[in-house]
Design a protein around this ligand. Structure first.
Ligand SMILES: [Zn+2]
Ligand SMILES: [Zn+2]
Length: 271
């Protein structure tokens, strides 16, 4: 079965000790690729997502972004660095950016300004955008309408809205990505939203190390467990798991311009 974890934070400390094991389990679970979200951490640092992608470009891809939690702390020169990194051919998307009105770690006006700026960076770089939105669907959709979705499109990652919110994002041409939250008992509204998402517009992700799906809830999440999210989508859509894998994998490849894994190992002589 094909699967892509379209959103993971594998460059965080949580994975420093056993990344090789995490990757081995992901491959064994059928994953062909993991998109590592590279975020601003501290002045001068965007973490190590790009280094992971450079080390194993056949398995990792990287994004670059400034999270709404941190956006108020980012010095001007790091915005310049962000915009330059967005143009790096190894970077597949800008983000995650967006709005988080649940935690409000940054003032809302600062979040909105940073979101608009990140959309402009994605547009300028010709990259899709990865959007984080929590308890802010109405404002998020309005900003996207006002700014315009970048030409290369985008995805609402870790979607936690309802069917109306999903409809608004779909109408804007965006993909919807669901995480382990969709497996939670209380997530009926999210499952109703998944029901209206067309087969060619859904991605799956872990957002690991956060939000481990049932039956792993409460543990450190990892890419291999994206299969539990795909399994729940299969149940909601009423189709086999491997069809969900195939559809969401094709969608992730299309959005991020990811290469399909080559049938022959690289460097193999032609048959
Ligand atoms: Zn997020
Ligand atoms: Zn994330």
């Amino acid at each position: 079965m094909a699967l892509i974890d379209s959103h993971a934070h594998l460059d965080l400390e949580d994975f420093a000790k056993d990344l090789d094991g995490v990757v081995a389990r992901a491959r064994a679970a059928g994953l062909e690729r993991v998109v590592c979200v590279g975020l601003w951490r501290a002045p001068g640092s965007f973490g190590n997502a790009l280094e992971l992608a450079a080390r194993d470009p056949g398995f990792f891809s990287a994004t670059i972004g400034i999270h709404p939690h941190e956006c108020a702390k980012v010095p001007e020169e790091d915005w310049a660095r962000h915009d330059a990194l967005a143009r790096d051919p190894r970077v597949v998307a800008v983000g995650e950016t967006g709005l988080d009105f649940h935690y409000d770690h940054s003032p809302r006006p600062a979040q909105e300004a940073a979101f608009r700026r990140s959309l402009a960076a994605a547009r300028a770089a010709g990259k899709p955008v990865v959007v984080h939105v929590r308890e802010a669907d109405a404002v998020c959709a309005r900003v996207l309408r006002e700014e315009g979705v970048p030409e290369r499109g985008g995805v609402i990652h870790c979607f936690t809205g309802d069917a109306a919110a999903a409809r608004a994002y779909l109408d804007l041409g965006l993909f919807i990505s669901v995480a382990g939250v969709v497996t939670f008992k209380t997530a009926e509204a999210i499952r109703e939203a998944v029901q209206i998402v067309p087969r060619d517009r859904l991605l799956v992700e872990t957002d690991c190390p956060f939000l481990a799906p049932i039956p792993h809830r409460g543990k450190r999440n990892e890419p291999a467990w994206v299969v539990e999210t795909a399994r729940k989508v299969a149940e909601v859509w009423g189709i086999p798991l491997d069809e969900v894998g195939r559809a969401t994998t094709e969608n992730a490849r299309r959005l991020f311009h990811l290469p399909a894994p080559s049938a022959a190992p690289q460097g193999a002589p032609p048959a």
